[in-house]
Design a protein around this ligand. Structure first.
Ligand code: ADP
Ligand code: ZN
Ligand code: ZN
Length: 805
C-alpha cells in the first residue's frame, strides 16, 4: 500500500506545478486515491490548505519528515485519468498552474471549500476553552482565516485527541431528495394479499397490485407511486407499516428545464447535409479522430447535421458533447437537442444554480446522461466514451476564457477528440480565420452547406449610406428606406428584428460648452446613462452615480446625451410607430433569470412585431415569420483598435442577416452604415464568406497577424502606472534576450483602455512563427511574477488572445 501521496496544493500566492509529498496516515491508507481532493498542512505555520492527489508512491526524494495528510474531502476521485492528463496539458498550453486548471474543470459547488467546525471531544480545561473557544463550542474552522498560533494549538489538541473537526458536507446537503418506494415482498405474495384485502380495502388492493408489477429492486418516488396507483400517501404509509413495501431516500435531480419540449424525428436530409452526415458517421464508426469544419450558410440546416451525427454516435453506444456559445442566448438550440434526445441530455451552463449544475454534472459522471450540451466550460464535462464533439458557432469569442487558465474551448475539444478517437465537428456560417485557414491546409475536412435547407433564397441585403441620410433628413437613427420596409412588414403582419450594437440608453454625457465628458473615477472610460435606473454606470467596474444636470467642470446647463442606446431607440421607435408592439432585448432587459427565454418565446408567439436588441439577438434565432432585419449601426466595432475588427463586423452582420427569411417568405436586410465602402460591409452585403476570407487573409499577411503568426499577449497591472510600466520594460528585456531575431515584440504600451478598476494596464504583444525558447522564457516570467504579485503587481500571459484592447 502506498505510503506517500503527491499533492498539488492550492496556495494562491505560492503556486507551483510540482506536487508536494505527504505521508498518508494509517487510517487513510485505503481511502486516498489519485484524483481526490484532500486537506493538508502547509508551510511553517501548518496552515491547512486544500489540494488534489496526483500521485501515490512508496518513496520520496524529500528527506525530511513528511507531514501527514489531514483528511480527504472526497470519498471518490473527482477527476478521472483523462481529465488529469488534460489538466496537465492545459497548464502547459495556457501558462497556467495545474491546480488552477483542475479547479476550472470542477463544478462550482466542488470548488468551494466545505464549511468545517471544530469541537471538543472531551472536557477541556477552562484555559483551553478560553483560548480556543472564547465564544463557546463548536466554532467555525476555516484554517485560512485563523492565526497560525490558534491553528497550531488546535492541531496539538487534536493530536492529543481532545478536539475534532467536523465537516458540513455540502455535497450531501446539495443533493435534493424525496421518499422512494420499493416492494418488500415477492410479486406473487403481493398479489395474494391483494386478493385477500380486495373487498375490505380496495385502495390497498390497488396499491398491492401496483407493487406486484414493479420489478423487485426498483425504487420509485412516492409521489409517482401515489399518482400511478391512484392512492393517497396515507394508504402508502399503512402499506409500509404492514411491511408490504419499504421506504428509502431517493435522490432527485433538479430539472433545469422548466419548459416541456415536443419530441422530434430526424428530418430527411438534403444532399449536402447527407454528404456531411455520411462523412462524420464514417469517422465515428472508424473511431477516427478526424476533425471537420461544417461551413454552412445561415439557415442551411447545420443543426440537423449535428443531431443526426449525434444519433450515430449514440447508436454505436458512445456519447456526445455539444458546445454552444452561450446557452442563455440559444434556448432554441438546447430545445432542439432535448426534443430529439429527451432525458439523455444534460445541460451545463453558468445560468444554473450551483445545485442544478452539480446535479447535471453528476448525471454525466454516473453515465446517466449521454448527450451533454453546454457553453465553454462544458468542454470539461466528465463524459466518458465520447463518440463525437460538436462546437457550434466555432468563431464566437466567448469560447475563449479571459481569465486564468486562458484556454480556448476549441483547443480542448480537439485534445479530447484525439483522446477518445472521435471526430470533432466545428460549425459556422462565418468560420474564424484560424479555422478556415487550417481547413485550407488540410488539417480539417471541410464540409460545405452552400444552400439553405429547404432551398429558400438567401435574404436580399441593402446598404444604407447614413452620410447621405444625414444630409437629407438630419440626425435620426432610422433611415427612410428602413422605415418604409418596417411599415411594409407591419402592414403584412410579418416580424422584424432590429439590431443596435450597444447597450444602455445613450453612450455618454458631454457638455456642449466645454466638451467635458463624465468619466468613471476608477477606469479610463466614459460613464453610460441608464434610463431604467436613472443613473450613470461604468460598464467595467460597476461604479454608479447620479445623472448630472449641470456640467461638473464649467457649471453650464448645456450638458446632453450623445450616442444611441437601445432604450433611447425604443422610445424613438415608439414615437414613429405608435401601434407597433416592440420587445427589447439587451443586458438591462435580460438581467433576470429566464428573461431571455421569455422574450424569445413572446416573439415566437407573435406577441410583438419588432424585436429590438443588441448583438445578443444575432445568433441562432430561427423564427419563420421574420422577413426583415435592420442593422441600425453597422460601424461601431470597425474603429476598434483590434486586428479582428473587420472579422467581427463581417461575422456579426452575416449572422444577423441570416435571421431573415428562414421559412417560406423571402427575407430582406437593411444595413445602416457610415462606411459603405468598407470591405467587411460590402462582403456582408453579398454574404460572400469565401471572398471575405481571401481578402482578410491578405490583410493579416501584410500586418503579420494571426493566422500567419502566433501571438502571445502579456499584461501588467498596478495601481501605480510607473510600477506597471517598469515591470513591462524588464519583461521586454528578458524576451529580447531569450527569443530569436524573428520574433516581433510590440510594446510595452498602455492598453487601449489604460485604466480599469483603479489599476493601470500595460501590454506587450509577441508575434512569432517558431520560437522554441518561448515557453521556458515565459515560464520564468511567470515564476518571477509571483513575488511582486504579493505587492499588487499582476502579470498575465495570454496565448492567442481574443482581445487586443
Ligand atoms: P443553421 O443552424 O445552419 O442556421 P438550422 O439548423 O437552424 O440552420 O436550419 C434552418 C431551418 O431549416 C430550420 O427551421 C430547420 O428545421 C430546417 N431544416 C434543416 N434541415 C432540413 C431538412 N433536411 N428538411 C427540412 N427542413 C430542414
Ligand atoms: Zn462644461
Ligand atoms: Zn469603472
Amino acid at each position: 500500500m502506498a505510503q506517500i501521496g503527491q499533492i498539488l496544493v492550492d496556495v494562491p500566492t505560492m503556486q507551483t506545478n510540482d506536487p508536494y509529498s505527504y505521508a498518508i496516515p494509517a487510517e487513510l491508507e485505503h481511502q486516498v486515491q489519485v484524483g481526490m481532493r484532500v486537506i493538508v498542512p502547509f508551510g511553517r505555520g501548518h496552515r491547512l490548505v486544500s489540494g488534489v492527489v496526483v500521485g501515490l508512491s512508496d518513496v520520496t526524494s524529500f528527506d525530511g519528515k513528511l507531514k501527514p495528510i489531514e483528511t480527504v474531502l472526497d470519498l471518490a476521485p473527482v477527476l478521472n485519468t483523462e481529465l488529469r492528463q488534460l489538466a496537465d496539458w492545459l497548464a502547459t498550453e495556457t501558462y497556467a498552474f495545474r491546480i488552477t486548471c483542475i479547479q476550472t474543470m470542477l463544478p462550482n459547488l466542488l470548488k468551494t471549500q466545505p464549511k468545517r467546525q471544530v469541537q471538543p471531544t472531551t472536557t477541556l480545561t477552562p484555559g483551553e476553552m478560553a483560548t480556543y473557544f472564547p465564544e463557546g463550542a463548536p466554532r467555525d474552522f476555516d484554517a485560512t482565516k485563523l492565526d497560525d498560533a490558534t491553528v497550531a494549538g488546535l492541531l496539538k489538541l487534536q493530536r492529543a485527541g481532545k478536539v475534532e473537526v467536523v465537516y458540513e458536507v455540502k455535497d450531501k446537503a446539495a443533493a435534493k431528495t424525496t421518499t422512494g418506494i420499493t416492494p418488500a415482498l415477492t410479486s406473487a405474495k403481493l398479489q395474494e394479499i391483494a386478493g385477500e384485502v380486495a373487498k375490505r380495502a380496495p385502495k390497498q388492493a390497488e396499491l398491492l397490485a401496483y407493487l406486484a408489477q414493479m420489478s423487485a429492486n426498483k425504487v420509485v418516488a412516492q409521489a409517482t407511486v401515489a399518482k400511478q396507483a391512484g392512492v393517497t400517501p396515507a394508504v402508502i404509509a399503512t402499506a409500509a407499516d404492514k411491511g408490504w413495501l419499504t421506504k428509502s431516500t431517493l435522490e432527485v435531480y433538479r430539472d433545469p428545464f422548466h419548459q416541456p419540449v415536443t419530441p422530434t424525428q430526424p428530418l430527411k436530409l438534403n444532399s449536402e447535409q447527407q454528404v456531411a452526415v455520411d462523412r462524420i458517421t464514417q469517422a465515428i464508426d472508424g473511431q477516427k479522430s478526424e476533425n471537420f469544419l461544417v461551413e454552412g450558410v445561415t439557415g442551411s440546416g447545420k443543426t440537423e447535421v449535428y443531431l443526426q451525427s449525434i444519433a450515430q454516435a449514440l447508436q454505436q453506444g458512445r456519447t456526445a458533447l455539444m458546445l454552444v456559445p452561450e446557452i442563455a442566448l440559444t434556448p432554441q438550440m438546447v430545445n432542439r437537442v432535448k426534443a430529439r434526445f429527451g432525458q439523455r441530455v444534460a445541460v451545463l451552463h453558468s445560468g444554473l444554480s450551483k445545485g442544478e449544475q452539480y446535479d447535471e454534472w453528476r448525471r454525466i459522471d454516473r453515465g446517466e446522461a449521454t448527450v451533454v450540451v453546454g457553453a465553454r466550460s462544458a468542454v470539461f464535462a466528465p463524459v466518458e466514451n465520447l463518440g463525437i464533439i460538436i462546437m457550434d458557432e466555432e468563431h464566437e469569442s466567448s469560447y475563449k476564457q479571459d481569465e486564468n487558465p486562458r484556454y480556448h474551448a476549441r483547443d480542448v475539444a480537439l485534445w479530447r477528440g484525439q483522446y477518445h478517437h472521435c471526430p470533432v465537428v466545428l460549425g459556422s456560417a462565418t468560420p474564424s480565420l484560424e479555422t478556415r485557414a487550417r481547413a485550407a491546409k488540410g488539417l480539417y475536412t471541410r464540409l460545405v452547406l452552400s444552400k439553405r435547407a429547404k432551398a429558400q433564397p438567401m435574404p436580399t441585403v441593402h446598404i444604407v449610406d447614413m452620410r447621405e441620410q444625414l444630409k437629407q433628413q438630419g440626425d435620426s437613427d432610422f433611415s427612410e428606406p428602413l422605415m418604409t420596409a418596417i411599415q411594409e412588414r407591419l402592414d403584412r403582419h410579418e416580424q422584424i428584428v432590429l439590431m443596435l450594437n450597444r447597450r444602455g440608453y445613450s453612450s455618454f454625457v458631454m457638455c456642449r460648452d466645454c466638451g467635458f465628458v463624465l468619466k468613471c473615477p476608477n477606469c479610463d472610460i466614459s460613464l453610460t446613462l441608464h434610463m431604467d435606473t436613472h443613473s450613470m454606470k461604468c460598464h467595467y467596474c460597476g461604479h454608479e452615480e447620479a445623472i448630472p444636470h449641470v456640467c461638473p467642470n464649467c457649471h453650464s446647463k448645456k450638458i446632453r446625451y450623445y450616442g444611441t442606446g437601445t432604450q433611447k431607440v425604443q422610445q424613438a421607435l415608439e414615437k414613429l410607430l405608435p401601434t407597433a408592439r416592440i420587445l427589447r432585448m439587451d443586458v438591462d432587459s435580460t438581467r433576470r433569470k429566464g428573461a431571455h427565454e421569455r422574450i424569445l418565446r413572446q416573439f415566437g408567439e407573435h406577441k410583438a412585431d419588432i424585436l429590438l436588441g443588441t448583438q445578443m439577438i444575432a445568433k441562432g434565432l430561427d423564427f419563420p415569420n421574420v422577413t426583415l432585419v435592420g442593422v441600425l449601426n453597422a460601424d461601431t466595432a470597425l474603429g476598434l483598435p483590434d486586428f479582428r475588427a473587420s472579422e467581427r463586423t463581417f461575422q456579426l452582420l452575416t449572422q444577423v442577416s441570416g435571421r431573415a427569411g428562414r421559412a417560406t417568405k423571402p427575407g430582406e436586410v437593411y444595413i445602416q452604415t457610415f462606411n459603405p465602402d468598407h470591405y467587411a460591409i460590402q462582403l456582408a452585403q453579398s454574404q460572400d464568406y469565401e471572398r471575405f476570407f481571401v481578402t482578410e487573409m491578405h490583410m493579416r499577411h501584410q500586418g503579420s497577424y494571426p493566422p500567419y503568426y502566433f501571438a502571445v499577449q502579456l499584461t501588467a497591472s498596478h495601481e501605480e502606472e510607473a510600477v506597471a510600466a517598469k515591470a513591462m520594460y524588464q519583461i521586454v528585456d528578458a524576451l529580447k534576450q531569450g527569443l530569436s531575431k524573428n520574433a516581433i515584440i510590440l510594446g510595452p504600451t498602455p492598453k487601449a483602455i489604460a485604466r480599469v478598476k483603479r489599476k493601470y494596464y500595460y501590454q506587450i504583444v509577441i508575434k512569432y512563427k517558431q520560437e522554441p525558447q518561448l515557453r521556458p522564457v515565459l515560464e520564468q516570467i511567470r515564476q518571477a511574477a509571483q513575488v511582486p504579485a504579493r505587492h499588487g503587481l499582476s502579470v498575465t500571459i495570454d496565448s492567442e488572445p481574443m482581445n487586443f484592447m
